[in-house]
Design a protein around this ligand. Sequence first.
Ligand code: F0G
Length: 420
Amino acid sequence: MILRCIECRREYPIDKVRHRCECGDLLEVVHDMGTLRKKVSSQLFDERLAKREFPYNSGVWRYKELILDIENKFIISRPEGNTNLYQADKVGEYVGIKNIWLKHEGENPTGSFKDRGMSCAISVAKMLGFKKVACASTGNTSASMASYADLAGMESIVFIPKGKIAFGKLAQALAYGAKTIQIKGDFDDAMKLVQEVCQELEIYLLNSINPFRIEGQKAIGFEVLQQLDWQVPDWFILPGGNLGNNTALSKGFRELYQIGMINRIPRMAVIQAQGANPLYTMWKEKTPFTAVKAETIASAVKIGNPVSWKKSIRGIEWSRGVVEQVTDQEIMDAKAFVDASGIGAEPASCCSIAGAKKLVKAGVIDKKERVVAVLTGNLLKDPDAVVNYHLGRLKGIKSRYANKPIMMESSLKAVRKVLE
Ligand code: F0G
């Protein structure tokens, strides 16, 4: 296992700290495929699922050899993963497809998929002897890091855009005891700053620019395959913000393909919010990557200069994938269906569903294909957006599927009238 630059292919050992290559580009973990071919099989993972012993009781570390084969004593796990894979008729009807599964990553310990990558990367921080960790965040990463830092006995420092992160997430970061720094600026400014800070102050960086975050997040894909009895679906659809998560899934599937565990790579559809769409523009118009000033109701993906765009595009190419964009209106409408199906997810997650609907309508996804849409975060994130949607108070958005609360006097007669 080594770290390798995705551009100049320079190599580095994994037990030395490196956030970027000397050439400035991104690093990734390269596994020894020969060893993996000999060591791993679906039977091994099924046996571990039955036993549920540490660390294999985690939906990340169950696939340890494919993720990060380190000594168990370094592993920090809550345990994460083991999230449900739902079939919801209402959502299927909305999207216009029968075979759609929702992988609910909002069911992770701190409420988002970030816990998977966090478990992996903070274990590396422990192995390397760090006492302080940091990240920039639109919310979920900060909550996740703060919790895992507590478990690991480390100090955590989060950089968040002032006034722009969901309150529940700020609450989590504060509650877990993270030093919480609100900067004047947006996520992209915070991301730039945290990289400088970590470089200069010997703090371990836990954003998805950290290649071990990507390794942990690969497990979303592995777990879905295991839940589908190792049958490969046709599509995986997920929201794109900083573009780490789709990078992770493509990498994981490619590795499974290379070691012969699957016989084809599922196609990846990355869905961006229209107001935060640099990957979409690049992909659609075949232009060089250009950052944008991000604006969307989906606070988690309000990112205009995503760090992992190069890795993301490469993964989309590996899988013959596509990039799509959706408006805030489409996001909130799709969300109303995900929520009303009893499952629920935060706005950014519902890019997946809004995007699926669009791709089915355009004929990119065939109605007979098998689709997995990843719901990346919990319903309780961005409650303001939810309540204001149902109250019809979101600027520029029609509350098409609103469930308005009813105001009335406190009497049986009044209740009877309303219910009749
Ligand atoms: N969905 C949710 C709920 C997220 O929190 C994020 C990213 C994404 C999707 C996008 O994933 O960045 O890998 O493309 N949230 C970040 C954070 C950046 O700080 O929590 P991505």
